[in-house]
Design a protein around this ligand. Sequence first.
Ligand code: AMP
Ligand code: MG
Length: 434
Amino acid sequence: MAEHGHPPRHHYDASMLSVEEALERILGYMHVLEAEEKPILDAMEQVLVDDVVAARDIPPLDNSAMDGYALQAASVEDASEDHPVVLKVTGVVAAGELPDVRVGPGEAVRIMTGAPVPEGADTVIPFEETDELERRDSGLNLSEIAVKVAVDIGRDVRPAGQDARRGERVLERGSILRPSEVGVLAALGHSTVSVVRRPVVAILSTGDELLEPGDPYGVGGIYDSNSYSVAALVRRYGGIPNMLGIARDNLDSVNAKLREGLQSDILITSAGVSKGDYDMVKDVLTQHGEIDFWSVRMKPAKPLAFGVLTAQDGRQVPHLGLPGNPVSAMVAFEQFGRAAIYKMLGRTGYQKPRVQAILDEPIHNTDGRRVFARAVVTKEDGIYRARLTGAQGSNLLTSMARANGLAICPEDLSRKEAGEVVDVQMLDWPEEVF
Ligand code: AMP
Ligand code: MG
């Protein structure tokens, strides 16, 4: 039904799953993996298993924010340019030392940044606000110091516990370790941390035509790109790829590779899921467990397989079967594989970052599927714009390399017009898009 001014709307094909339905089914089978204890630096991007509580105050003691003199603010309350107050310097304390002097009225202790403030002192005054330099220049000793300004009490003293109080929860379980969390753990004295371990992802390509990159070219051959693009995505999203290589289109070959793959946390295959040839893969996979072949209401990457296989030791291993066409494999991985890995990693947000952009040219939707069009997003005068990368065939892998995002035409629209606002799922955040 065409509404005035709008393109006609598509009706859903009920035999197909929406992207969300497929994702929900897949995630229903994924579990958060166990914890592992790791050196803090190696745990980057992993998810904290426990709350982290400060075992002591940070900073542990009141300390100086400046190189200067620790004193009592009251000692210099009458100080001025014309009437400097002269204080007796009774000691010196550096970072890492504990002060052994008490500061009384009319006294000062020379102090370095980070050094504990001696007892009795309530304030630090920086060198520059004393006559220290003049004294040095004229060869005077530094047993006394003149202060020419009054200071507010507490100035340049960093109180103990200001950053974190003993017993305070400073990091929350479930949070992702970024450089600042790694720093906080170190500041608390931790060298290791308990995080959800990374999933090992077995990756298998299937097809008689496939060649291993690096091998000599043979006529009719297609180099296996899916294993590598998918492994690269697995790595980007925090998994550990276990490259099984290529299985040929026969039972024995797929079976042999599968046995190896079932030692991983998830098996991801590509190809053999489209109508023409999935019988063979289906035969093999059903020997190892339950497998469903889905049509997902998306373009590219309509055919998708998902199931749960049983390893020889009885362990259940989820299997995601991506389409064979190189762009389809990557786009399907971005929607489903990435979320599966994130769930195993204990992460909770599964959405790719999105921007709203003005579309420079139309996206056509011929058959009521959600179109993920390869696009280049730029930012001009603060506004995102998206142009397509040209022909959108699901075999055109170089167009994926040119894109930084996937511009989405919803399944119920027959086209998104030029000039309309479009949702773009960002694949990357290149500098020109910030
Ligand atoms: P299939 O699902 O086996 O019909 O494969 C669909 C298309 O994807 C065919 O053109 C295959 O040659 C191609 N293809 C399948 N697997 C790969 C792979 N690992 N790398 C590159 N292209 C592939
Ligand atoms: Mg094939």
